[in-house]
Design a protein around this ligand. Structure first.
Ligand code: BES
Ligand code: MN
Ligand code: ZN
Length: 499
């Protein structure tokens, strides 16, 4: 997709669609007034009749127009600029592109008015238009003979003046973030027969090469040598061999602190011998979303050249029942020596993360964030659209929460009171891999905490928002790429102040 900035008169720009964001209340900027004039006052009449789309993500298409370079105009609601967050504009443009990208080869132009004119920050409009052009034109229908969504041929952003470096950077950033989110979505949406641990690792290696990240892949033998026996136990029922992927990005000096991003990568979660019912298993290709999110974010971090050191660790296994599967009652010894009593083979994500987190601690990273589709309990607690955050250190947790706030993603912290610890005390081993019926998201986090030592750590349970069950104007059902943008914001916020 060709994304570019041009100086020009928007009314003359040749395109299949001209996209215009409308605020609530409508601000009649000079270009909007001019458009209304060219269209014979239809916009003003729509405003009077209350039919102008101002609500965030609402769209209205005007077709068969004359007098413009484009024969179609798409009006998209940007919501209230008072209560709105900057990231709302991402949603507005994603909704706009979703509404029109059912046709292939579209040339789309987007209008940017000077800030003084309409309150929409021009750089934010540019960034969001570029982001929306990527995310809104990629669907989950990757295997349909007739696709519902098609990448645009071109996105042209029309500016009143010669584009500045800042405007070009905003465009690039929108494209980079959009492509990162799409990479995550694509990996999660692809079927489990295709995205096996080996295939995921190969893809990560290829992505690493493209973006100049160093990449190390551990196979089963190496994982055994590294004493990752908890992770290997999950893998042992599957014919698909496990992998761990480590990507390193060095944006700062060798002595600068390293942030570790750790992802759960269960490429299919059948539940193992504690087999899931069909309904619950149906979407379990999404159980590698944590790893896919980490991979997506790493591409953006590298392409944006953020001046921070980041190491990504992805624990990749398939959880299957078979004659060689791990069993209920098994005792596993994790990399850090903690012994784990297996009460349920479907609580496998924490077993994978246990070893990968221990390894992150051994690397002496300064801070850890892990992302995992870890528990149904988190979805019960917070619903399908909110990420659960649990942490051992409030400052680091606050940094994650505020990064999500600037990225416009929904996250809510859950408590980590000591009283939850006893729920996972083991009888035969140190800890049990389930904590019983209540507080399941938190007892899972309490389990993980046993593997992070004193390293500041935030666990993000993305079981709800990683994979959407329904369409919304601004997002397609299926993989969402949730938290890619927040991770990029988090890393960006960690850059050390210049001396
Ligand atoms: N991958 C699932 C969690 C999940 C549920 C992800 C729904 C996405 C949507 C996880 O491995 C799991 O099965 N968790 C169990 C834990 C239980 C056995 C303690 C669960 O939530 O039921
Ligand atoms: Mn499971
Ligand atoms: Zn799982």
């Amino acid at each position: 997709m060709n994304c570019l900035l041009t100086k020009g008169t928007w009314s003359q720009v040749s395109a299949d669609w001209l996209v215009i964001a409308i605020t609530d209340p409508v601000v009649w900027t000079p270009p909007l007034k001019q458009l209304d004039h060219v269209l014979g006052g239809v916009l003003a009449r729509l405003e009077t009749s209350g039919e102008l789309p101002t609500k965030l993500g609402a769209t209205l298409a005007l077709r068969g127009l004359t007098g413009l370079g484009a024969t179609r105009v798409l009006l998209v609601g940007a919501g209230s600029q008072k209560t709105g967050r900057p990231a709302d504009l991402d949603r507005a443009f994603t909704a706009a592109i979703r509404a029109i990208s059912d046709k292939p080869h579209l040339r789309v132009a987007a209008l940017v008015a000077p800030k003084a004119a309409n309150g929409l920050e021009p750089l934010a409009v540019i960034r969001s238009a570029a982001f929306g052009a990527q995310v809104g034109s990629q669907g989950q229908d990757l295997y349909k003979t007739e696709r519902n969504r098609h990448p645009l041929a071109e996105l042209q952003i029309v500016l009143p003046e010669v584009p500045t470096d800042a405007e070009q950077a905003a465009l690039d950033e929108g494209v980079i973030l959009g492509e990162a989110v799409n990479l995550t979505r694509e990996l999660v949406n692809r079927p489990p027969a295709e995205i096996t641990p080996v295939a995921f690792a190969a893809r990560a290696e290829q992505v690493a090469k493209t973006h100049g990240l160093s990449c190390e892949i551990w196979d089963q033998t190496r994982l055994m040598q590294e004493r990752m026996r908890s992770m290997l136990a999950v893998s042992q029922g599957s014919t698909q061999p496990p992998r761990m992927v480590k990507l390193e990005y060095k944006g700062a000096g060798d002595t600068a602190p390293v942030i570790a991003l750790v992802g759960k990568g269960v490429t299919f979660d059948s539940g193992g011998l504690s087999l899931k019912p069909s309904d619950g298993m149906l979407t379990m290709k999404c159980d590698m979303a944590g790893s896919a999110t980490v991979l997506g974010a790493m591409t953006a971090i590298a392409r944006l050249k953020l001046p921070v050191n980041v190491t990504a660790l992805m624990g990749l296994v398939e959880n299957m029942p078979s004659g060689s599967a791990f069993k209920l009652g098994d005792i596993l010894t994790a990399r850090n020596g903690v012994t784990i009593e297996v009460l349920n083979t479907d609580a496998e994500g924490r077993l994978v993360l246990a070893d990968v987190l221990s390894y992150a601690v051994d690397l002496k990273v300064s801070k850890i964030v892990d992302l995992a589709t870890l528990t149904g309990a988190c979805v019960v607690a917070l619903g399908e659209d909110v990420v659960g955050a649990m942490s051992n250190q409030q400052d680091w947790c606050d940094a994650v929460l505020s990064a999500a706030q600037s990225a416009g993603e929904n996250v809510w912290q859950l408590p980590m009171f000591d009283l939850y610890d006893e729920l996972i005390q083991g009888d035969v081993g140190d800890i049990k891999n389930t904590g019983g019926r209540w507080g399941g998201a938190i007892t899972a986090a309490k389990f993980l905490q046993r593997f992070v030592g004193n390293t500041p750590w935030v666990h993000l349970d993305i079981a709800g928002p990683a994979f959407a069950s329904s369409n919304k104007p601004y997002r397609e059902a299926g993989a969402t790429g949730v938290f890619v943008k927040s991770l990029v914001e988090l890393v960006r916020a960690q850059q050390l102040p210049a001396e």
